[in-house]
Design a protein around this ligand. Structure first.
Ligand SMILES: [Zn+2]
Ligand SMILES: [Zn+2]
Ligand SMILES: [Zn+2]
Ligand SMILES: [Zn+2]
Length: 472
């Protein structure tokens, strides 16, 4: 039997070894355009799936071991995920599982380590890959269904968090790009475009260059005061482009259009290059949950990319006060108003509509740019809802047992939902979760008002409410 065991392990490592190199070949060839793309597409689908972990892990290892010779991921010792799990005194796993869940929630509410400037007027084009590779079933039920579902959730969440932002949707398949939704602020139109499953059937090869060019053409005319972003959800390992994609990348970088990419299969060199050159983010989805996490990172406005300035000039210049922007609050027409011509669709319409205060053109929906005079028309509620990105809710810091003992007169219940907190007993201390940024006491104290909140209230306040109930 020992002989068989070693046979098994030897063949196992043999079969693993060539995979990453083959995937590197695929990744490298994809940047060379259509002809190379076709040969790479012929590689068995199994190989692509098998290399996903290795390539993603390889990228991580490379990042960690910057500067020194870190070697390849498949040369490192295998880290077992179950080593991190520890049983409590009675052999249960409850505390560990709770700790992992809480750590996940806290990761989302953590503030950036430094002050950032964010633009609340966003223009984002969502690019969906609808190529043959999206029918792969490595993400359940398949990449296509899952990415459409997440795209719908993303659109809803995007407009919830960025009410004065605009969004457009572009799909790429059969070597061309198609416009699914025009750049605009109407959630219903976008959701309808993403729900028509028959229209969105995956086929052929994607064309990253065509999609980026189309997205660029819908963003290029916008003023520099608004953020211009492209978010690509890419499943294929190849791209079928009409000309040199690096010219497109150079133009995007020049026009300061930020491209972020989420790859479903593996890290592809040309995808990474686009994001690095344009200042976007790049991620490879490891599983269904991770895909949702990396996609939803684009819901919050990104930091503003400051134009590179001469340091000597910067000292003389006044500190950045930002540009002033012209905006108008429209007049709302009641539902009973007589039918009249709308400027956005060019049709006679009745029902609720809005009137631009500058040129008195009628528009059907706000927020929008007036089609006649170009004025940005928003409601005051839209502005108020965008405000929290500029003035973030105070951070809730975890409270340690010792802090609790030192403090006098602490509330026994959560300030938000009145759930009683754990009482300081040896048993409670033993059962407590001890992981980074997670409170062992279950209490999180607001930095501004000092009130204590539970983890559920912490998540709700920072992700949905955006106002601290203690400070308000
Ligand atoms: Zn209209
Ligand atoms: Zn107008
Ligand atoms: Zn609570
Ligand atoms: Zn507070």
């Amino acid at each position: 039997m020992p002989a068989r065991d070693s046979d098994y392990s030897a063949s196992d490592s043999d079969s693993d070894a060539p995979l990453p190199s083959s995937s590197r070949a695929v990744a490298a060839s994809s940047s060379r355009g259509a002809a190379a793309g076709a040969s790479a597409a012929a590689a068995p689908a199994g190989a692509a799936r098998g290399t996903r972990g290795a390539v993603a892990a390889g990228a991580k290892a490379k990042k960690k071991g910057k500067g020194k010779d870190a070697g390849y991921a498949w040369e490192a010792t295998f880290k077992r995920s179950w080593d991190a799990v520890r049983e409590d005194g009675e052999g249960g796993l409850e505390a560990t599982v709770r700790g992992m869940l809480e750590a996940g929630k806290r990761r989302r509410t953590r503030p950036p380590a430094y002050a950032v400037q964010r633009g609340i007027i966003r223009h984002l084009v969502l690019v969906l890959d609808l190529s043959e590779s999206m029918s792969e079933r490595d993400l359940r039920p398949n990449r296509h269904a899952l990415s459409l579902q997440y795209a719908r959730e993303f659109v809803t969440e995007y407009f919830d968090q960025n009410p004065i932002g605009q969004l457009g949707i572009i799909a790429t398949r059969d070597g061309i790009a198609e416009r699914l939704g025009l750049l605009g602020g109407n959630v219903v139109d976008h959701l309808a475009a993403l729900s028509n499953a028959r229209r969105l059937e995956p086929k052929g090869e994607p064309s990253l260059q065509n999609a980026l060019e189309m997205a660029r053409s819908s963003l290029a005319h916008l003023p520099a005061s608004s953020s211009r972003e492209i978010l690509v959800l890419f499943g294929s390992l190849t791209t079928c482009d009409p000309s040199n994609i690096h010219t497109t990348i150079d133009t995007l970088a020049e026009e300061r259009i930020r491209v972020s990419m989420v790859c479903l299969a593996a890290e592809v060199k040309v995808c990474k290059t686009v994001t690095v050159r344009t200042g976007g983010t790049f991620a490879v989805a490891l599983n269904e949950g991770h895909l949702r996490d990396v996609l939803f990172q684009s819901v919050a406005p990104p930091e503003i990319l400051a134009p590179k300035r001469n340091p000597a000039q910067a000292e003389d210049a006044a500190p950045d006060g930002g540009d002033l922007l012209c905006m108008a609050f429209p007049l709302r027409l009641p539902a009973a108003a007589p039918a009249s011509l709308c400027a956005c669709h060019g049709r006679i319409k009745s029902g609720t509509a809005f009137v631009c205060p500058r040129c008195e053109a009628k528009v059907c929906d706000v927020p929008t740019d007036c089609p006649i005079c170009g004025m940005t028309i928003v409601l005051s509620t839209h502005l108020a809802r965008s405000y929290h990105h500029l003035f973030p809710t105070p951070y809730y810091a975890p409270v340690e047992w010792d802090d609790l003992d030192a403090a006098e007169d602490v509330s026994p219940t959560c300030h938000g939902c009145s759930t009683p907190f754990a009482i300081d007993t040896p048993a409670a201390r033993a059962a407590a979760v001890s992981s980074e940024n997670v409170s062992p006491t279950g209490r999180y104290a607001c930095e501004a008002c000092g009130e204590h909140f539970c983890i559920e209230c912490d998540t709700f306040v920072h992700e949905t409410l955006h106002v601290c109930p203690g400070c308000a």
